[in-house]
Write a protein that binds this ligand. Structure first.
Ligand code: TXA
Ligand code: MG
Length: 319
């Protein structure tokens, strides 16, 4: 499907989901709500469709995409699953956990999806709209966050249109904000048995370890092979203005994003609730980006639980 001038907004009911599946089947691009952020979906087995994702987002081609699947069976067709993934999938799928596993030689994915890596990132989302869409498609969906590369991630259909209107075929709108509000946790399970947390997110891996014996050897941060760690794109999630972190108050010309006792122009969470803060993070950054102030200040957020993921995204927004 050639790129069009206008992006169709499609209601996320049965007819809308069928329409979205048809656009995808023909190789088009559809933005879809998930429980984390909106994804920009294309069929993962089509080189042309995947190329359109990179083009619409202006995404560097060395940054691989997450493949969304309806469940374990589909995951098994694409990757060799290490034994430990049984427990992980039981505990966390469907949900906001992405697993990086060795790619199968017969996976039949467009090479650009994995950007030449021997591994593939797999996610089974719990959002009912994304689930219904995957059920309506007989191919896996590659889906990065539905924003121009380097900009703030979208948690509503309006956020998607703010940077991709006219560049994609359709957006499925369920009229709600994405619940978790922050991208999935990315976990790589290595042949060596090591677990690498490549990106912190809504799933706290510590909580998972109690289900495992022997306990994995968790490693946090960079993966062990080159480009694969998402953290390498340092200026990510950029709102287009200077961002100052750990601010107790606003300085002249700054829009303050508050948290807990630090009141702001808006707040991540008045009660200091980290889950609420994660769900509101990108919406607050969007508001701050569109305000008439020249800079953004953000109150301190504790580095515990999902606070780690929030601070990870804030540091990149500030880079
Ligand atoms: O919550 C999410 O994960 C959202 C929704 C839409 O599902 N998607 C998302 O995609 O955040 P994206 O493209 O914005 O981030 C995908 C990250 C990238 O940082 C990429 O480097 C990493 O996943 N990634 C993809 N394939 C990988 C692989 N084989 N090994 C290591 N990292 C990989
Ligand atoms: Mg992204």
């Amino acid at each position: 499907m050639a790129s069009k001038d206008a992006t169709e907004t499609v209601r996320a009911d049965a007819a809308g989901i069928a329409r979205a599946a048809e656009i995808l089947r023909e190789g088009g691009l559809v933005a879809v709500p998930t429980e984390t952020v909106y994804g920009l979906a294309a069929r993962a087995d089509s080189a042309e469709a995947v190329a359109r994702i990179y083009e619409a987002k202006g995404r560097p081609s060395f940054n691989p995409l997450i493949v969304h699947v309806s469940g374990r069976r589909e995951a098994e067709r694409l990757a060799t699953l290490p034994a430990a993934t049984d427990v992980v999938m039981e505990q966390c799928w469907p949900g906001p956990l992405t697993l990086v596993c060795p790619l199968r030689a017969d996976a039949n994915l467009a090479p650009a999806v994995t950007a030449g890596l021997p591994t593939v990132a797999l996610r089974c989302p719990s959002h009912p709209v994304m689930q219904a869409l995957l059920a309506a498609c007989d191919f896996p969906l590659a889906a990065p966050s539905a924003n121009r590369s380097g900009f703030v991630s979208p948690t509503s259909a309006a956020h998607v249109l703010a940077t991709l209107d006219g560049r994609i075929d359709a957006v499925l709108d369920d009229g709600k904000k994405c619940e978790a509000g922050i991208e999935s946790t990315i976990l790589a399970i290595r042949d060596s048995g090591a677990w690498d947390e490549l990106r912190p997110g809504p799933v706290d891996l510590e909580g998972l370890y109690r289900f495992l014996w022997p306990r994995p050897e968790p490693r946090i941060g960079q993966g062990d092979s080159g480009i694969e760690a998402p953290g390498q794109l340092s200026s990510h999630y950029a709102p287009g203005k200077p961002v100052r972190l750990n601010a107790e108050q606003a300085e002249a010309g700054e829009f303050l994003i508050g948290f807990g006792p630090v009141e702001g122009d808006v707040t991540l969470s008045k009660d200091g609730d980290l889950t609420e803060a994660a769900s509101r993070l990108y919406a607050c950054l969007h508001v701050a980006a569109h305000s008439n102030r020249s800079g953004i200040a953000v109150a301190p957020v504790p580095e515990t639980g999902i606070g780690r993921a929030i601070n990870d995204r804030l540091r990149r927004a500030a880079a």
